[in-house]
Design a protein around this ligand. Structure first.
Ligand code: URP
Ligand code: ZN
Ligand code: ZN
Length: 472
């Protein structure tokens, strides 16, 4: 049904203006003043900000990891995302253990089908590549509409890739135009530090951060940057946490390297002392890379504000505290890594960023939506409010004051890492392709209504050259 949103302030990454928005057939049909409702449902948005739906480029829903599976699936995770103002996610499709990469993609579709309430795409995660999987990679990307590949330089016992595999992935990226996302930590050195800590009898959660120092993020970031540049690939560094990594990214960008970076709300707002909470409480804050010293927060905010980091991912990877987190009760290295952030990504960024004067409204829209759409081949279908774009729209009340709590959130997890944080602003109603998913703070969508977003590779098969050394 047609909808006319009246009296709100439309905010994009470029603009901010009072206008009505007419939505028809899932698209933004008109933007202007005194538009003819013509039988449309009229929604009064006076006093509200009208944002493009958030795009979260980093989620792990229903993902096997650390000897267990994440607790939010595609239904609970996407409903929580929608409540928080996110209308598109790009989730990591795990290929570990699959001989045929395509089988992994089929499996990921089965997880999302019938459950997702917002739109979604996949990044293809690759572990150690062999001749066979490497040769499958370009075709799988093209056939499955996946324009990004993920490589881990950490989690030595699960996903970690060698430098050779990393470089091969970059060569595929250069050849196909796929963006290569990299988790930058030196997993082998971390394992050595973990084994030493355990041998010395240190089992508490705080040893998670003590065995993953920021130098190991800086080193891996530098390595990924140089190898990506040598291969001629576009590099996207996921979940940047510290000055060591930010400095490498800025230096590379200043040299003209094709490097982008993402950070996440907890690194901007929490610090490593959370892992020192009494008893096992610190396990709630165990994810990787770990929380850092507070001084890194200003570095990250500044990098976001100045455009040296471009996006905010949630890195949603939830495990119940009174549940799967307890796998590590006697050994910090067995605590499943990850936290619940999909719902609060947008709101925390608005409150801690815009309300506190660290970023402008336009910068906010850029980092929570537009830049991810541009980076991952979804713009201008997604990531803005413009005639012809998908009507993914968030009606946001900037005046509401609320306290984040697990008692009111919608994620399928028994704690919230931002528990007690007082924030200003709240998504009130959220639509995806012109249909309400959240209306007046209530979920009114349909599981399965979320659509898979096929993305085009920048270099089509017919135009590709054989993979060479590349470089600039
Ligand atoms: O601890 C985290 N971040 N868990 C999810 C996997 C990853 O490294 O992104
Ligand atoms: Zn990671
Ligand atoms: Zn992640």
């Amino acid at each position: 049904m047609k909808k006319l949103i009246t009296g709100g302030t439309v905010v994009t990454a470029a603009d901010e203006y009072r206008a009505d928005v007419l939505v028809e057939d899932g698209k933004v049909a008109q933007i202007g003043h005194d538009l003819d409702a013509g039988g449309a449902e009229v929604v009064d948005a006076s006093g509200l900000l009208v944002f493009p739906g958030g795009i979260d480029p980093h989620t792990h829903l229903d993902m096997p990891f650390n000897n267990t599976v994440t607790d939010d699936d595609w239904e609970t995770g996407t409903i929580a995302a929608a409540h928080g103002g996110t209308t598109t996610i790009i989730d990591f499709c795990l290929t570990a253990g699959e001989k045929r990469l395509k089988d992994a993609v089929v499996k990921w579709h089965e997880k999302a089908d019938g459950k997702a309430v917002i739109d979604y795409g996949f990044h293809l995660m690759v572990g150690e590549l062999n001749e066979d999987t490497l040769s499958q990679l370009p075709d799988v990307l093209e056939e499955e509409g996946i324009a990004s590949v993920k490589v881990f330089l950490a989690y030595a016992r699960e996903f970690q890739a060698s430098d050779r595999t990393l470089f091969q992935a970059f060569k595929v990226g250069a050849d196909t135009g796929a963006v290569v996302l990299v988790h930058c930590e030196n997993g082998s050195v971390i394992d050595e530090l973990v084994d030493t800590a355990l041998a010395e009898g240190h089992t508490e959660p705080k040893y998670h951060y003590l065995t993953r120092p920021p130098q190991l993020e800086g080193e891996a970031t530098k390595r990924a940057i140089e190898l990506a540049n040598l291969a001629g690939a576009k590099l996207y560094v996921v979940h940047v946490t510290c000055k060591e990594a930010v400095d490498e990214i800025i230096e590379a960008r200043n040299k003209g390297y094709d490097v982008l970076g993402e950070t996440c709300p907890p690194y901007l707002t929490l610090d490593q002392t959370y892992l020192e909470k009494p008893g096992f409480e610190g396990a709630k804050y165990v994810w990787s890379p770990p929380l850092r010293e507070k001084s890194n927060q200003d570095v990250l905010w500044h990098a976001l504000q100045s455009g040296q980091l471009q996006t905010i991912g949630s890195d949603q990877c939830s495990f119940n505290f009174n549940g799967k987190k307890r796998l590590g009760i006697d050994d910090f290295s067995k605590i499943p890594n990850g936290g619940p952030f999909i719902e609060d990504r947008f709101g925390v960024l608005y409150s801690e960023g815009v309300v506190k004067g660290r970023i402008s409204l336009q910068e906010f829209v850029a980092v929570v939506s537009t830049n991810a759409a541009k980076t991952f081949g979804l713009f201008p279908q997604k990531g803005t409010i413009a005639v012809g774009s998908d009507a993914d729209i968030v009606l946001f009340d900037p005046g509401v004051e609320r306290t984040i709590s697990a008692s009111t959130h919608h994620m399928n997890v028994d704690y919230n890492a931002f528990e007690g944080m007082e924030v200003r602003g709240e998504p009130v109603s959220v639509m995806v392709r012109g249909e309400w998913v959240i209306k007046d703070r209530k979920f009114v969508g349909n599981p399965g209504s979320g659509m898979y977003l096929r993305r085009e590779l920048a270099n089509a098969k017919t135009e590709r050259q054989p993979v060479g050394l590349g470089g600039k």
